[in-house]
Design a protein around this ligand. Sequence first.
Ligand SMILES: Nc1ncnc2c1ncn2[C@@H]1O[C@H](COP(=O)(O)OP(=O)(O)OP(=O)(O)O)[C@@H](O)[C@H]1O
Ligand SMILES: [Mg+2]
Length: 282
Amino acid sequence: MTKEKNRNSGLGALSIKNVTKVYDPEGVNVMAVDNCSMEIAGSEVCMIVGPSGCGKTTLLNAIAGFHSVTEGSIHLDGELLCGPSKPLADQGADRMVVFQHGALFPWKTLQENVAYGPIVQKVLGSREAMDKAGTMLAEAGLGDFLTKYPGEVSSGMARRAEIVRALINDPKVLLLDEPYRAMDALTKQIMHESLLETYDRTGVTIFFITHDLEEAIFLGDKVHIVTTRPCQLKKTVEVKIPRPRSYETQSSEAFRKLLEEVSDAVHEEAVKAFQAGEREMA
Ligand SMILES: Nc1ncnc2c1ncn2[C@@H]1O[C@H](COP(=O)(O)OP(=O)(O)OP(=O)(O)O)[C@@H](O)[C@H]1O
Ligand SMILES: [Mg+2]
């Protein structure tokens, strides 16, 4: 256990209250989120699962400040991010996003990529930012790859570097949208171990969208299952499996039972989504 363990401990509590989001492309209303409420404690690993197209990314975008909300409010540690008087949250270094598709600058080395944010935001001088980037990449097992370009490392390494790039800003909340979706099982396993180590070091609150139910249970403190569109909270499953978790955890009886519970709830919603799709096609 390092001295730094859980330096964010207890920070990063998100309160999502009665959030509704209606898109209006060319006058055709699409209700993506409907009166959705969720409480996420500081330092919690909160996993979001639900059918494709149900509104998960929309919710993440509202937290990040990429999209406005139509109704409802979101608070971070009691401070209003967005609400009736301010539908679009400011984008801030307290909430950093990692998407499924990589977003590293291909013309910068891993170290330069990680150092870039604090330099342009003038939070750190370039020497300081490069030093901090080097240290943090080494902590994530990438110490030998500081001078490599994204195209010269594996997708798993690039994804780890992206998470480090988000963390150098010392966010309260890390927002992850299916970051490991396209990865093979073995690479995912390494990603999971690396993310959990990062979590142990920082105590950052994690809001993580996934379709992989085993991933949701393995990583999460809670799994929030959301409904087919429009997105609402359907059920919360608490994962009371002690940490640190190892891959053997996945063959335990407790894990299997949780997987069954989450699968049943998601399956019910997937069937509804499929039937709704058939109705639209008819
Ligand atoms: N900018 C937009 N304008 C109009 N409609 C949108 C926009 N973004 C998303 N939508 C619609 O809102 C709904 C929810 O989309 P969203 O991307 O949030 O779902 P999701 O749960 O993240 O899906 P997936 O699991 O496939 O990533 C979909 O019907 C989508 O087509
Ligand atoms: Mg999505």
